[in-house]
Design a protein around this ligand. Sequence first.
Ligand code: BDR
Ligand code: CA
Length: 317
Amino acid sequence: KRKLILDVDTGTDDAVAIMLAALHEDLDLIGVTTVNGNAELHYCTDNSLRVLDYIGKPEIPVYAGCPKPLVRNDFPVPRTKNDLTEKIHGKHLPLPETALKAQEQHAVEYLVETYRNATDPITLVPVAPLTNIAAALAAEPKLVDLIPEVVIMGGGHDVGNVTPAAEFNIWADPEAAYAVFNAGFEKLTMVPLDATHKALVTATQCRQFDELGTPAGKAMAACTGHRIGIHDKIQKMDVEHSAPVHDALCIAHLIQPEVITLEECPVDIETQGALTVGRTVVDKNRRGSKPVNCKVAFDANAQLFVDIMMETFAKNK
Ligand code: BDR
Ligand code: CA
């Protein structure tokens, strides 16, 4: 079984990533760390606990992390009441309340301690602003060598979702993203919007998830159904009545690597630009001098993605 830690800002698509990571038989989700992002930290933590409780995995520990970006006091444009992110995710997931509590230990301490003491490889999957990961690297620079593989949901080459130039996870904490992308990880994979916008889940498939009748099937239908409703109103996708489920695509890739198509690229992060802050600058055509630092997903197989989730969520009795 492949061990992993998932860093989340749960969130309707993080919820699906947690379920897939917690339930797939090839994966061993050893811990969930939470960070400020889709909602304020305490909502993201509570939502993560709700998911684990609902699918019968209360033993997986959740650690709350950083409540604000690494060096900024807030996002480049502070969260407001009419915020798009809040429309897509809400504060609370459409799942029952839970009595589960987060661990006492801070997520950053947990990351540092776990990787220092690891005897098996543990893949790190951040699907949220990269604050916790950058803070952990600052606390223990050796993490670059101790973390064997990092798979990030973030960025966009052809497409932005929070500004014309930037994707939310990178934009929300550009300095943290800069630190992570330039840390020198041996194996770094970036799953940007270019790929996640190909891995769409439709309303019809949502009904099929619901009909599985399992907790995970029903939670998938509720979370993704909500996403489709919002996308239909404010950001129509290429397939009618559909939505991306970004974060879960990283987990699907751990299960079946071919669900995304990867290309090696130099990638850097814009931390300053008035119009482009948080942009992932992907040097596809090698115009700059930066060496390759990561693999970037430009395409995804939507049917395979849905099949992986359908099969996994069907078994959640
Ligand atoms: C990313 O931003 C968040 O809103 C989602 O959970 C996902 O991680 C997509 O841009
Ligand atoms: Ca997320």
